[in-house]
Design a protein around this ligand. Sequence first.
Ligand SMILES: [Zn+2]
Length: 168
Amino acid sequence: MASVIPRNAWTRGGPDKGEINPMLPVHWITIHHDGMDSFIATDYASCASRIELIRMGHRGKGWADIGYHFVIDRSGRVWEGRELCWQGAHVKNHNEGNIGILCLGNFDLQKPSAAQLAMLERHTRLVMKQYRLSPASVRSHREWPAAATACPGRHLQAKVGTIRRHLA
Ligand SMILES: [Zn+2]
């Protein structure tokens, strides 16, 4: 995935390899928002530090690394999160074979940008192809049974059905 910004561009922290599991065969892709304060910056440095903030938050919960595998910012850049060789930590009880894609921002408070939505769709399609998945494999966080979360926020959730239709 040549257009993905490598994680060493935004962090020096590697995963805690004592607390991480290898990725199992991939069957799912899950879409998230970060759910923090609203975030409109598009410059490289601000996006990099937001991702590092998220990683530190996840490490603070005792997790091995940032929970998501990819991060998409408002300008449509794709950043590498947790390496794909490792199982993620982004849907409680459903992390096995599940690739997490995070869109930076809080989409209860703001709308995703057009560039961000376009790249979310494009990158999801790329991941689907790589793992031979169908659009039915693509869920938002709140679409998981028993998921007690507002993620990915109402304004992004409103786009998920359209994205799935485009992917079909
Ligand atoms: Zn989520």
